[in-house]
Design a protein around this ligand. Structure first.
Ligand code: NAD
Length: 492
């Protein structure tokens, strides 16, 4: 028997209301929705179903707070962020349990996400004080020119269900560091992690109105549109599907908001003949099975050069067979459930489509009837080809599909033959090849001889239909700033 909500030590971290202007509040309509544990399908919370009226209240509060928050010193904002980071780490076990119960990932992974989330707060605490302007050499010697950066205004942070804690801190940490106030809109499947973060951010000392949380599941289209169309919101940052990202971009056009979009990917994972196969297998397991395959940079198309294709497949197959599937709250489990029923449906559709087009199912291939939740067997498919759905769309599930290739040029052409470009992975012992292929890939991020691309100090984001803007790194805070130039007449 795994842990339950009863095992949470700090009960006040479990909030079941939205947060507006320093108050825990229900929806103005009185409506609610339910949150379920995807491993057991047990209901774990009832949460306010907020709407455009609540959005208006939250944005008004954030805008009011912005008038004084923008004047706080960067040093003070850094102190609040550091305190929030410390509180995350102090409460890591409770936060991990809340995360596992609503998202499904294993407790070990959830704890890793809490640490990763805290690292963004620490990183942006440092960045807050490094927002520098320039002194520009003037062409007209009667002038002096300088630039400085100012917070853009109210930022709306729309976060996904796959990393419900880390995506809050990656966006909100940058916004608060820059001097922006915030309205958070967590995914309806996983609002509890965001609400627990609001408790800790408040405790860290952020002023009234600087953090606000709108909760929604079924009213998400109304809430999203209200945030995008409100002129007081000057920045929208969204992580989620390309479909929704494009919709938000169109809704933001009327008010010309600054927008960051971190959308879907279709990451190539390329194993060359000269790879260390132990490294390749370990990296593939990390890139594919973390969060049951539900990461935006999950390896989706695994290209293996023909000299090592069968050997890699055999080694990988052995590792996959050793993975234990079950509720993330149970000891020893490596692969938890998917987060919602649509995800299982999508993965089964991709598996059946691969079979229809000549794919050979080596392992798995179906759901897990003995387990009540949204489980899918870890699946390995050989003989993948371009006709298959997985080639064009990310599967977002623990499904590994192997494609065979012959040459470096061929694999670059295959890897770039898609409309998105977020993450990618290269496994090779040749540094020259790693450089060449990195330069040739149409993506935002490349991992060499590893299976994880996430670090608070490294810019994260994509190209093509994977969106634009960068989170983390020195670039992350820039998304929440605008540049003002000042020209001074110094003529006598
Ligand atoms: P979806 O398109 O239904 O929803 C994605 C997210 O957008 C959710 O968090 C939801 O709360 C929000 N959303 C939905 N409609 C919205 C609207 N009108 N306005 C504002 N927000 C809205 O996607 P899904 O079924 O949850 O996932 C589908 C696919 O999207 C996945 O299989 C995966 O490929 C991709 N995805 C990517 C990421 C990522 O980290 N980049 C995260 C989640 C999903």
């Amino acid at each position: 028997m795994g842990k339950t909500l009863q095992d949470i030590q700090r009960k006040d971290l479990l909030q079941s209301q939205g947060f507006i202007d320093d108050e825990w509040v229900g929806a103005s309509s009185g409506a609610t929705f339910s949150v379920y544990d995807p491993a057991t399908l047990d209901k774990i919370a009832t949460i306010p179903e907020m709407n455009a009226v609540d959005v208006d209240k939250a944005v008004t509060a954030a805008h009011r707070a912005f008038q004084s928050y923008k004047k706080t010193s960067a040093r003070q904002r850094a102190r609040w962020l550091r305190k929030w980071s410390d509180l995350c780490l102090e409460n890591a076990d409770d936060l991990a349990l809340i995360l596992t119960l609503e998202n499904g990932k294993t407790l070990a992974e959830a704890k890793g996400e809490v640490i990763y989330a805290a690292s963004f707060l620490e990183w942006f605490a440092g960045e807050a004080e490094r927002v520098h302007g320039q002194v520009v050499p003037p062409a007209n010697l009667n002038q002096r020119i300088l630039t400085f950066k100012q917070p853009i205004g109210v930022a709306a942070c729309l976060t996904p269900w796959n990393f419900p804690i880390a995506m809050i801190t990656r966006k909100v940490g940058a916004a608060l560091a820059a001097g922006c106030t915030t309205v958070w809109k967590p995914a309806g499947e996983t609002p509890l992690s965001a609400l627990a973060q609001a408790v800790l951010a408040h405790e860290a000392g952020f002023p009234k109105g600087s953090i606000n949380v709108i909760t929604t599941l079924n009213t998400v289209a109304e809430v999203g549109e209200a945030l995008c169309k409100n002129d007081l919101v000057r920045k929208v940052s969204f992580t989620g599907s390309t479909r929704v990202g494009k919709l938000l971009a169109s809704q933001c056009s009327a008010t010309l908001k600054k927008l960051s979009l971190e959308l879907g990917g279709n990451s190539p994972f390329i194993v060359f003949d000269d790879a260390n196969l132990e490294t390749a297998v370990e990296a593939c397991i990390n890139a594919k099975f973390r969060n049951s395959g539900q990461t935006c940079v999950t390896a989706n198309r695994i290209f293996v050069q023909k000299g090592v294709y069968h050997e890699f497949a055999d080694k990988l197959s052995k590792k996959i067979q050793a993975l234990k599937i079950g509720p993330g709250t149970e000891e020893g489990v490596n692969v938890g459930p998917l987060t919602h029923d649509r995800a299982v449906e999508k993965a089964l559709n991709h598996i059946n489509d691969a079979k229809k087009h000549g794919g050979q199912i080596v392992l798995g291939g179906s759901s897990v009837p003995d387990l009540k939740g949204y489980f899918l067997q870890p699946t390995l498919i050989k003989n993948m080809n371009r006709q298959m759905l997985t080639t064009r769309e990310e599967t977002f599930a623990p499904v590994v599909g192997l494609y065979e290739f012959a040459t470096e040029d061929e694999v670059l052409e295959l890897a770039n033959d898609c409309d998105v470009g977020l993450g990618s992975f290269i496994i090779t012992e040749s540094m020259a090849r790693a450089w060449r292929v990195t330069e040739g890939l149409e993506v935002g991020m490349v991992g060499v001889n590893l299976g994880m691309l996430s670090a608070s100090e490294s810019p994260f984001g994509g190209v093509k239909h994977s969106g634009y803007g960068r989170e983390g790194g020195t670039q992350g805070i820039e998304e929440y700033l605008h540049i003002k130039s000042m020209l001074i007449n110094v003529a006598n």
